[in-house]
Write a protein that binds this ligand. Structure first.
Ligand code: HEM
Length: 242
């Protein structure tokens, strides 16, 4: 795999304005999901949550110590990556407080490392079965890989490659938000097709069969589009020769 440089195009004011609004949406949705999805697991036991059928607690209550450790490490470190990640794209902070950017960057990369390794433990036992194993498992591998490439490129002084890899990395972190959005959309989309009583559990199971891939594949396409639009180095699987 090699990287190819392209010349950065000047960005008109309307594009910059649009980027700021999109960034604000990403910050708000990331903070909302990091708080809403993680906090129940910090304040109540899995057994108590399972009795109310909250989130995925019923699938994890009573599991062995290794799975439980991976689950809690994943939830806390994943929440940390999602909270910290968006602020790394704030150009003003990078310019004025580079030490803060570096400290938050180390926190983000450490959190992705822990949450990604824990996700590799959870993928084989996830509640979506084989599709979850393949979808979440691939996501975990790519999450670790993109964070590693982001770290290696900045250590070697290649700031533009670092920016490109961190856009890809955060697009994958943001799967935590898009997963929940897609689940809601896919559950709602089934309502018009139900004859008789709506079964929320069946609707959730149907939606959850698609989200292990849907939560991250489109994000990666958007990330690649952003990388190209900013004139950052793109990834070529095969190098073309003259
Ligand atoms: C991007 C890479 C990620 C991967 C590969 C991944 C993978 C997984 C897997 C396999 C599970 C168990 C799912 C199941 O049993 O069906 C899970 C659950 C969970 N993950 Fe992640 N995850 C990722 C990112 C994140 C992030 C950034 C957060 C931050 C909020 C997060 C928070 C959670 C929570 C709270 C649960 C428990 C499920 C719930 O109640 O919603 N994950 N994750």
């Amino acid at each position: 795999m090699t990287t190819t440089d392209t010349t950065p195009a000047p960005r008109p004011t309307a594009v910059r304005q649009g980027s700021r609004i999109s960034w604000a949406v990403v910050v708000l949705t990331s903070v909302a999901i990091a708080t809403y999805a993680v906090s129940p697991y910090l304040v109540r036991s899995l057994e108590a949550l399972a009795s109310d059928d909250v989130g995925l607690a019923p699938g994890y209550a009573g599991r062995g110590a290794a799975i439980l450790a991976a689950f809690y490490l994943h939830v806390v470190a994943g929440g940390t990556a999602l909270l910290v990640g968006p602020f790394q794209f704030w150009a003003g902070l990078r310019r004025r407080r580079p030490a803060v950017h570096r400290a938050l960057g180390r926190t983000y990369l450490g959190a992705v490392g822990v949450a990604g390794l824990a996700a590799l433990v959870l993928a084989p036992v996830n509640t979506a079965g084989l599709v979850g194993f393949l979808g979440f498992g691939t996501l975990a591998v790519l999450w670790l890989l993109t964070a590693w490439r982001g770290y290696r490129s900045v250590r070697s002084g290649d700031v533009r490659a670092h920016q490109a890899w961190m856009i890809r990395s955060f697009a994958l972190t943001y799967a935590a938000v898009t997963l929940r959005a897609w689940t809601g959309v896919l559950i709602a989309a089934q309502v018009p097709f139900v004859s008789g009583t709506f079964d929320p559990e069946a609707a959730f199971a149907n939606a959850y069969a698609a989200v292990p891939f849907l939560c991250w594949l489109p994000n990666l396409v958007v990330a690649e589009w952003l990388v190209r639009r900013r004139g950052l180095p793109t990834v070529r699987i095969v190098e073309l020769r003259d």
